[in-house]
Ligand binder design. Sequence first.
Ligand SMILES: *[C@@H]1O[C@H](CO)[C@@H](O)[C@H](O)[C@H]1NC(C)=O
Ligand SMILES: *[C@@H]1O[C@H](CO)[C@@H](O)[C@H](O)[C@H]1NC(C)=O
Ligand SMILES: *[C@@H]1O[C@H](CO)[C@@H](O)[C@H](O)[C@H]1NC(C)=O
Length: 478
Amino acid sequence: MDLLNNLPEEILCHILSFLTTKEAALTSVLSKRWRNLFAFVPNLHIDDCDFRQSFMEFVDRVLALQGNSPIKKFYLGGMGGIDIDRVSCWIQNVMVRGVSEIVLSIFDDTPSADRNHMFPKVFQNKKLVKLTLSYGFDIRLVDGSIFLPTLKTLILHLVSVSVDTFDILLHALPALEELVLDDIDWKDLDDLDVNVTLSSASLKNLTINYCGSFVTYSFDTPSLAYFCYSSYAAEDYSVAKTENLFEARISVLVHGGDIWRARLPHNIWFEDEEDNVINQFSNVGNLMNGIRNVRCLVLSPDTLEVLSVCCESLPVFNNLKSLTITSNDNRGWQAMPALLRNCPHLETLVLEGLLHHVTDKCGDACDCVSREEKGRSLTSCPVKVLEIKGFHGTTKEIHLYQKKKTKEIHMIKHFLDYFPCLKEIKIYMEEDGPRQLRVPEASEGIAKMMMENYNNMSSGCNVQLLVSGNLYKKWWTP
Ligand SMILES: *[C@@H]1O[C@H](CO)[C@@H](O)[C@H](O)[C@H]1NC(C)=O
Ligand SMILES: *[C@@H]1O[C@H](CO)[C@@H](O)[C@H](O)[C@H]1NC(C)=O
Ligand SMILES: *[C@@H]1O[C@H](CO)[C@@H](O)[C@H](O)[C@H]1NC(C)=O
């Protein structure tokens, strides 16, 4: 305790700012000095608020003790029947003290008809920089009185938003740079089809997670640099102006049965106008077209499978330098040939896993199906660096689908044979205890493959095996 007492006040305040307000309040019983210090902690972190009278009085006392000292961050988390007036008073208090970040994570367990979830004061402030709203908030209740000129980050998690209010909200946020829409319940009166327009001249970073299948998205975000989409396919997408897009991570989520339908020959589903899911899949092509200027693209296994429905309409990704494909053995690579052909300036290809569901369409990108035109889509791809992650190093043949088999090592040989500009292959393995033997085995397998094919691989390429991130062995082609 003496040691602590000898520290300067700023440091003690800093230490206290890492505690929740309840914990920090406990220190105030230690001595008068600590009680004064507690009053100057710049963060107010109230967790497990249960909105019982005694708890609310505790918060009132804390606020009274802190007086008008400046505050940076206000966090209020809890569940129960929210006392809207009381919470509005607290928000008013921290606003007056110049708060720059507010997090409200409140789960209201009163029946929804009795809810009145808005704290309008949150939406009118000239100093707020970051706002997070989680659970149960209903942004439809904001009545046009929004003004947050300095807000840079808005995170909405499990809230209800009407399309009109959202539009008003975005227009009232001229400094917005980062927007996270997480599990949003889009409400548009009684309409099933909802058109969401995301229009912001300043927005740089957009994340959309689990937001409605019946939504049509229109993006008008000319400054967008980072885009992360992880959601079931929407009705459709219309994207205007994303010239500055640097990185996009696309993970279209798919139900198992829909994958099966997507794999049926085109003519079966094109005649069936009711086949909405396939329509939605083919509209993912519009999303890809909208992000065609992207420099780094990361695609999930499901997304690759969805893209197989719109191979013909895939755009040319003229700026794409780095492409990452995550694979899994239940999802196909049918879109790989079209994708590789449409990346004329690709430098780095990252394959997170080589194993995939084999169909007769992936045969020209990988060696799993023997075909005349085997390797054709690779020969036009200028990729220089190939990274293979999650290499299993098994030397056994892997049963993929029905009777089709392959070895990871055969695929690496295939890439060496056909990518004409390859300079480097990095093969990543993880060391995992009892099966450590795999590493020397895998290394031997690669060495053997390099020896046997010495003459006809792309020249001047180095092949590295990395185990748990460290170089294990290196080979060169002539
Ligand atoms: C949504 O947009 C689509 C295409 O732009 C249009 O056909 C449809 O009528 C719109 N729906 C609503 C509810 O506005
Ligand atoms: C973009 O926003 C997401 C979600 O808040 C965050 O995880 C990510 O780090 C941000 N990216 C950049 C480059 O700022
Ligand atoms: C590589 O060379 C071997 C023998 O030197 C030959 O049998 C094989 O067909 C060649 N492969 C390719 C892809 O050219």
